[in-house]
Design a binder for this molecule. Structure first.
Ligand SMILES: Cc1cc2nc3c(=O)[nH]c(=O)nc-3n(C[C@H](O)[C@H](O)[C@H](O)COP(=O)(O)OP(=O)(O)OC[C@H]3O[C@@H](n4cnc5c(N)ncnc54)[C@H](O)[C@@H]3O)c2cc1C
Length: 448
């Protein structure tokens, strides 16, 4: 094992978005990093048709900035989304800006491209070695020992490291191994809803078929469609719905009827044939939320990204929170001079509660996106938020703004919303009382 302050051997299990980013940060500090990734090198694969895009916001951007990748990913290849565009059944549109005061936007970035850029960046460090087709099958986390299946040869390989970083996603093997340990708590929840990816082509003149600077939503109560713009002027969208709704969409006719009734404007943009082809290409995917604690084992292993806190995608914070994990880990490495025992325990202390908070917020936002956004009370609340945020932007920070455009802890974001709700409730009560008094006093006077 390396001594405190010495350059250590870091094994990163999973070369997805968060694993590749972590490699850059640790290599930048001079540590020797090996990424073990189950899949083959995505940079060698041909892209499979349409590719899912992700919304990148402040927390993620800050991490990319620290390794010099913000410009290429955001300014050169990101598509700015300045707010939600709500589509009702009659095709009427309503834009709700994310930040009407400072005009911040979130950026739609192609997931594959992002992963390619991060792997390329990691590989540029001489300290980094990339091992693809390696599946972690077992590990002794306390002693830094791992067993990988080489999926090319079918053989098992042993490896050792001073620190094992579990960045192996929602169904993490590292996390499963941690569950054998006493006092490790883990809860997983599959929501009743799944999703199918549906893309919207560009127009004949190669322009966007809808506004290219919005995240489009078709809220329909218990289900919804969303759509994010791509650099090539197409949109990648998802139908999110309960599985019992998907059960009723087993034939092309049923599907077209469903879209004609609920998303007629979209149907026109996609076309029946393309809709049917895309929809039946894959089974609806599940959505899982994971809360676990602690995130670390002594000074030898730690979970980051979805492995630590997979969440439903409705706050668009899964990757952003995972990127922020790495930023926090790096800040702690600086603070404790790479003393893993201190770094990892502090990381758990800071991030577990954060992970749980954003998982809860993500669940709440599903309700907001598919249902609440259509309600007058919600729109009125947004209106009040907008006025107060315009008047006192440093004190009145709306929840969505705080999550997407600051690095305020998620718990603080929730606390802000709670006191704001209280203030607004009290104000409405006082206003009601005042109106009552103004109307009632003259009546009482007349009566006397
Ligand atoms: C529909 C949808 C939309 C989303 N939209 C957004 C969004 O807009 N914004 C946002 O911030 N987040 C979004 N997310 C969440 C985001 O995709 C994840 O949070 C992010 O991909 C997590 O990155 P990760 O590196 O932790 O995990 P992953 O991206 O899952 O990578 C894990 C890697 O580990 C590898 N692996 C797995 N098991 C092993 C093993 N045993 N051995 C070795 N390697 C292994 C996998 O092959 C994979 O490459 C969305 C998620 C979904 C499902």
């Amino acid at each position: 094992m390396a001594e405190v302050g010495e350059k250590s051997r870091i094994a990163i299990v999973g070369g997805g978005l968060v694993g590749a980013l972590a490699a850059c940060f640790f290599a930048k500090r001079g540590h020797r990093v090996v990424i073990y990734e189950y899949r083959s090198d995505i940079r060698m694969e041909k892209s499979r048709g349409q590719s899912i895009n992700l919304a990148l916001s402040f927390r993620g951007r800050e991490a990319l900035k620290a390794i010099g990748l913000e410009d290429i990913l955001v300014n050169r290849h990101g598509t700015c989304m300045r707010g939600r565009m709500l589509h009702d059944k009659d095709g009427n549109l309503k834009e709700v800006l994310y930040d009407s005061v400072r005009r911040n936007c979130i950026y739609s970035v192609n997931r594959r491209y992002l992963n390619v850029v991060l792997l390329d960046a990691a590989e540029k460090y001489p300290e980094v070695q990339l091992n693809f087709n390696r599946k972690l099958v077992d590990a002794d986390l306390e002693n830094g020992k791992m067993k990988f299946l080489n999926t090319n040869t079918g053989t098992t390989e042993d490896a050792e490291a001073d620190l094992i970083i579990g960045a192996d996603g929602a169904h993490s093997k590292v996390r499963k191994i941690m569950t054998r340990r006493p006092l490790f708590n883990c809860a997983q929840t599959y929501i009743e809803h799944g999703y199918v990816e549906i893309s919207v082509p560009r127009k004949e003149d190669n322009e966007f078929a809808m506004s290219g600077n919005n995240l489009h939503i078709w809220p329909r109560g218990e289900f919804m469609m969303t759509s994010l713009p791509n650099e090539d002027r197409t949109f990648t969208g998802n139908l999110f719905a309960p599985f019992r709704v998907f059960e009723k969409l087993k034939t092309p006719e049923a599907l077209v009827r469903f879209y004609t009734e609920h998303f007629p404007d979209l149907l026109q943009l996609i076309g029946k044939e393309k809709l049917v082809k895309q929809f039946f290409e894959k089974e609806p995917q599940t959505l899982i939320s994971i809360k676990c604690k602690p995130y670390h084992v002594g000074k030898t292993a730690v979970l980051v990204g979805d492995a630590a806190h997979a969440m439903v995608p409705f706050y668009a914070q899964g990757m952003n929170t995972g990127f922020e994990d790495i930023l926090v880990l790096d800040e702690l490495m600086e603070l404790y001079d790479s003393d893993f025992a201190k770094v990892l325990s502090k990381f758990s202390e800071l991030r577990c509660d954060e992970g749980h908070a954003i998982c809860d917020l993500a669940m709440y936002n599903y309700l907001e996106m598919r249902d609440l956004v259509t309600r007058k009370s919600f729109l009125f609340r947004k209106f009040l938020d907008k006025i107060l945020y315009t008047l006192i932007p440093n004190s009145w920070i709306p929840l969505y703004f705080a999550v997407q455009f600051t690095r305020l802890s998620f718990r603080e974001c929730i606390a802000h919303k709670e006191w704001q709700d209280k203030v607004l409730r009290m104000s409405v009560l006082c206003l009601g009382f005042l109106i009552f008094a103004v109307l009632a006093v003259p009546l009482l006077r007349n009566a006397i």
